[in-house]
Write a protein that binds this ligand. Structure first.
Ligand SMILES: C[S@@+](CC[C@H](N)C(=O)[O-])C[C@H]1O[C@@H](n2cnc3c(N)ncnc32)[C@H](O)[C@@H]1O
Length: 282
């Protein structure tokens, strides 16, 4: 087996489990990303590692390889200007629409180690008067079991806590412990984390009011991205909102969403015309 065959096998593994494409320009990452696994497994190159995938512990090793190749970069209030739009326009809109039920359901798809989810929770905790008596549920999901475990553990190092958070937010919402900084009980009550592949159907029956899917779709192929938008669309309430990352858009990618006027990176779901939905169902 030569190097390019091994690279192909690893790329297919990643794509099969997550939809992420390891395009040629990103293949240089493989060696660095897998160096810890090489060391642990006592191998010195990709060919040798690929051979172990056929061994008795192959499926566990495959999961670890996939997790090591995922880009989990995240930090608190990433693209802060988008959180400002959320706080000033989107949440007030949802507060009005849901004033009778006083219940909001939010999904962060591809949440990595939880910073995005806790940033959302802080927006609510910063306005206790407005959200008193409301039930706020923020679900963070990620295809990687490793990051979901870290998000559930929610213990951030000094370096992680300082990325995106000001000192006053840090002190107001996090407690310093021997192991690191932990979100307080007020934030923890709002959040939940689950391992879930965005490309799989959602098992939740309730409609979600706001979906954040940021910096996840970048490495999907066009078809996979369309499937991801289908999944998000079917989980989202017809008057809900989608928020993408700063460099992402729905334009030219899907017919299920349209840009929200005047709110960059926010999108509204488009409902299929009656005839169209009958055709799709049939
Ligand atoms: C770059 S991080 C972005 C985290 C956060 N949304 C942010 O913008 O800061 C992308 C995350 O998406 C996850 N991911 C990749 N493919 C996924 C899939 N098919 N389903 C769910 N999560 C996925 C990765 O594991 C990773 O943690």
């Amino acid at each position: 087996m030569n190097d390019s065959v091994s690279t192909e096998i690893i790329s297919e593994l990643l794509s099969e489990h997550t939809g992420q494409q390891l395009t040629e320009s990103r293949q240089w990452r493989i060696g660095t990303a897998l160096s810890g696994i090489y060391r642990e497994m006592g191998v010195s190159n990709l060919e040798a590692l690929v051979c172990l995938l056929d061994g008795p512990d192959g499926s566990r090793l495959a999961r670890r390889v996939v997790e090591a190749l995922l880009n989990n970069e995240t930090y608190f209030f990433r693209d802060r200007q988008l959180f400002d739009i959320l706080s000033r326009h989107v949440l007030p809109d949802l507060a009005e629409k849901r004033k009778n039920s006083k219940r909001l359901s939010i999904w962060s798809a591809g949440c990595s180690t939880g910073q995005e989810v806790f940033s959302l929770a802080m927006l609510f905790a910063e306005q206790p008067g407005r959200w008193q008596d409301w039930t706020i549920e923020i679900l963070g999901t990620d295809v990687s079991g490793k990051v979901v475990e870290a998000a559930r553990d929610a213990c951030y190092s000094q370096f992680e806590i300082q990325r995106g958070l000001g000192v006053s937010q840090m002190l107001a919402f996090f407690d310093e412990t021997i192991k690191g900084w932990r979100p307080n009980a007020r934030l923890q009550r709002m959040v939940k984390f689950e391992q879930h592949n965005l490309l799989d159907p959602q098992s939740r029956s309730c409609q979600i009011d706001l979906v954040l899917c940021r910096n996840v779709l970048l490495y999907f192929s066009g078809d996979t991205r369309r499937l991801a938008f289908d999944r998000i669309h079917s989980a989202l309430a017809s008057d809900g909102w989608l928020m993408l990352g700063a460099g992402e858009t729905v334009i030219g990618q899907t017919d299920h969403f349209r840009p929200a006027p005047g709110k960059q990176n926010f999108y509204e779901p488009v409902q299929a015309a009656f005839g169209q939905s009958l055709r799709a169902a049939g």
